[in-house]
Design a protein around this ligand. Structure first.
Ligand SMILES: Cc1cc2nc3c(=O)[nH]c(=O)nc-3n(C[C@H](O)[C@H](O)[C@H](O)COP(=O)(O)O)c2cc1C
Length: 173
């Protein structure tokens, strides 16, 4: 059986392969800025701290969202539900903002970016800091407002495809 203690790979290929094994919750990060609204699918989203409540999102500098996030004062992180696979696909495809928001029911929010009705959670954030690193920028958001859907069924991305989280048998809920 090969495992992480097995054959070593060059960093580029090895890291890419390792990241296929890193399951991530799928989100759509949105901004509304200067009369424009946009949103992009992202898994590089992590909670940062509870003091203050904060999270971070990472975007490639080549993405359209990066340009808008760089000048925006707030953004919204929509954690997708397993029902939202089509939304994830659309918001990661090369189509216009208008075409993206035509899928699903989106609401504008004065405190940040558009939020998706039926998402697992929608977290409005004030952008506090941004840090460039390599091809990406890390954006830190302080949480302003949260909407949670009661049922918990997050959309997961793993090994290049969509999945759901399964509770291990015998584990407590
Ligand atoms: C499941 C999934 C997760 C993704 N995560 C990220 C991410 O965390 N950061 C990023 O910059 N791009 C990520 N992408 C790629 C962008 O969604 C994609 O490049 C998108 O077309 C960029 O759109 P934009 O240029 O309109 O912002 C992801 C794509 C998929 C399908």
């Amino acid at each position: 059986m090969s495992n992480a203690g097995g054959q070593s790979q060059p960093p580029d290929q090895g890291f890419r392969d390792a990241m296929r094994r890193l399951a991530g919750s799928v989100t759509v990060v949105t901004v509304a800025h200067n009369g424009e609204r946009h949103g992009t699918t992202a898994t590089a989203v992590t909670s940062l701290s509870m003091a203050p409540p904060s999270l971070l999102v990472c975007f490639n500098r080549d993405s359209r969202l990066h340009g808008l996030l760089s000048t925006a004062e707030s953004f919204c992180v929509n954690l997708l539900h397993t029902e939202n696979v089509a939304v994830s696909k659309l918001f990661s495809s090369p189509v216009s903002s208008a075409e993206r928001f035509a899928s699903g029911t989106w609401h504008d929010d004065a405190s940040g970016g558009p939020y998706l009705e039926g998402a697992q959670s929608s977290i409005q954030c004030a952008k506090e800091q941004q840090i460039d690193y390599g091809s990406h920028t890390i954006f830190i958001g302080r949480v302003l407002q949260v909407r949670n859907r009661e049922e918990i069924s997050p959309l997961i991305y793993c090994n290049g495809g969509y999945a759901r989280a399964a509770v291990l048998s015998g584990d407590k809920k």
